[in-house]
Design a protein around this ligand. Structure first.
Ligand SMILES: *Cc1c(COP(=O)(O)O)cnc(C)c1O
Length: 462
């Protein structure tokens, strides 16, 4: 399997190079040359465990770059860190209404599903090549902790994550600052998440600095993260034994794109509900066929407080018949004018009947959390609540009443205790391995919003 860039000019590369590169040199995102069908075992049945199933679904994306047995062992190691034997259990909460719980990994958000595997893959590939990399990234909360946990035991990786000072939750900050591994570094930046992201982009665009420090990225534009998320769409449908609609609480569009890829690979998916909070650029796109950027507003579901969904570029590339030059042009215009529109015929072909966009404000989020608690006794996190609210809004409009809808539960309620308390009056408990998180000593580094200071810090971490 070879990979091409959505902006059409970077050279084609193989899986291991895609893993380490993150972003293509032409600024595009890597996608596989074709969408393969997942392998079944010889008797036509799917393998028993999540890890085995994961290895066979992802095998065609890796091709011959990693030995099949070795890759299966990496999957076993990655998913042994999950607290639930199913890894991603499917829970029925009402007739035809399901939650796919993706938060049983070490840092309590769905990002663990991909980043645990990404950590194992980095370790394997870098050891084989005898190379060392410096991962740099920006986090609005969940990515930092999940990335640290994924790579803390990698011998050949250093990682620096920038987060906006005072704008992540206490649990999220402590998941980054209380680790004792010497290769992980959280840095509080005196600025917003966008400032952090701009600093990271500037480091990548400084080719001399990028090469001298062997920079690498694990944010959600890294193909391997999307690939690992394709797996649970298949396993959920196998558990259900039927086709379904998926409702996906969305920020960068990575998770919902993974579902779309599963559908291209043959998964029996009836459609996607793209769930947004008040930052509803995608909902407005599905209403008007036009994408226009607004200011970001803070909500109860902060991991979705995003203006521009970077992974949407991969879908746009498909909508342009995989014309990278046309995609690059469209995105340059969008950057310049803050506007992107799609021709009606293209919209009908790719979007209509596949994606439906719904929004859910903080009030609806709290009401949904409260309703689930009253009906089932379960506490759900605010991101999951946005997904569930959107799913419920779509029934009777886009889908019939008896349609099975699976909402992706993307975070554990204890990650957002304030919102859960407001909605239910109850305080969700952190799982045992994090029970003493709030009393562990923190290692805090703060830096000004200044490229030179951040570059000096990064260079000093190697
Ligand atoms: C990152 C995150 C999201 C958004 O996922 P995308 O792949 O960026 O769309 C939703 N919920 C939670 C809890 C997250 O951490």
């Amino acid at each position: 399997m070879r990979y091409i860039s959505t902006r059409g000019t970077a050279p084609e590369i193989g899986f291991c190079d895609v893993l380490l590169a993150g972003l293509a040199r032409d600024g595009g995102l890597y996608v596989p040359q074709t969408w393969p069908s997942p392998a079944k075992s010889a008797d036509g049945k799917f393998e028993a465990t999540y890890a085995q199933r994961a290895a066979s679904i992802m095998a065609p994306f890796i091709g011959d770059e990693i030995d099949a047995k070795v890759f299966q062992q990496l999957c076993v190691d990655a998913y042994s860190t999950f607290r639930h034997p199913d890894v991603a259990p499917l829970i029925e909460i009402a007739p035809d209404e399901y939650l796919l719980e993706l938060f049983h990994g070490p840092t309590l958000a769905f990002k663990d599903v991909a980043l645990q595997l990404v950590g194992k893959l980095f370790d394997h590939v870098l050891t084989q090549r005898n190379e060392r990399v410096m991962i740099v990234g920006a986090t609005s909360g969940d990515t930092g902790g999940a990335a640290f946990d994924g790579v803390a035991s990698c011998r050949n990786v250093d990682i620096v994550m920038l987060y906006p000072n005072n704008r992540v939750s206490d649990v999220q900050r402590r998941q980054m600052t209380t680790l004792t591994a010497s290769n992980v570094h959280a840095v509080a930046i005196d600025g917003t998440f966008d400032d952090c992201q701009d600093l990271v982009k500037a480091m990548f665009n400084d080719q001399k600095f990028r090469d001298a420090n062997q920079l690498s990225a694990v944010n959600s534009i890294n193909w391997v993260r999307v690939m690992a998320q394709v797996v649970y769409y298949f396993t959920a449908l196998e558990k259900l034994g039927d086709s379904a609609v998926f409702s996906v609480p969305t920020g960068n569009f990575g998770n919902v794109l993974a579902g779309w890829i599963a559908k291209q690979m043959g998964a029996s998916i009836d459609g996607f509900v793209v769930a947004s909070n008040t930052n509803d650029i995608l909902t407005r796109f599905f209403e008007s066929q036009q994408m226009t950027a607004n200011e970001v507003v803070p909500t109860l579901s902060p991991s979705m407080d995003i203006q521009v969904s970077s992974n949407f570029e991969r879908l746009l590339f498909e909508m342009n018949n995989r014309d990278g030059v046309a995609t690059a042009k469209q995105l340059t215009e969008f950057r310049k004018n803050g506007e992107l529109s799609v021709a009606p015929s293209i919209y009908t072909k790719w979007i209509s009947g596949v994606f439906a966009g719904y929004r859910c404000n903080d009030e609806q989020t709290l009401a949904t959390m409260k309703d689930v608690y009253q009906q089932t006794g379960m506490m759900i996190d605010p991101h999951t609540a946005v997904g569930l609210s959107a799913a419920r809004q779509s029934v009777g409009v886009n889908y019939p009443k008896n349609q099975s809808i699976i909402t992706l539960a993307t975070a554990h309620p204890a990650k957002f205790p304030d919102a859960v308390r407001r909605a239910t009056g109850q305080t969700p408990q952190l799982p045992e391995h994090l029970a003493d998180l709030m009393s562990r000593p923190e290692r805090i580094v703060s830096l000004p919003n200044n490229l030179k200071s951040v570059q000096a810090f990064v260079a000093g971490c190697r």
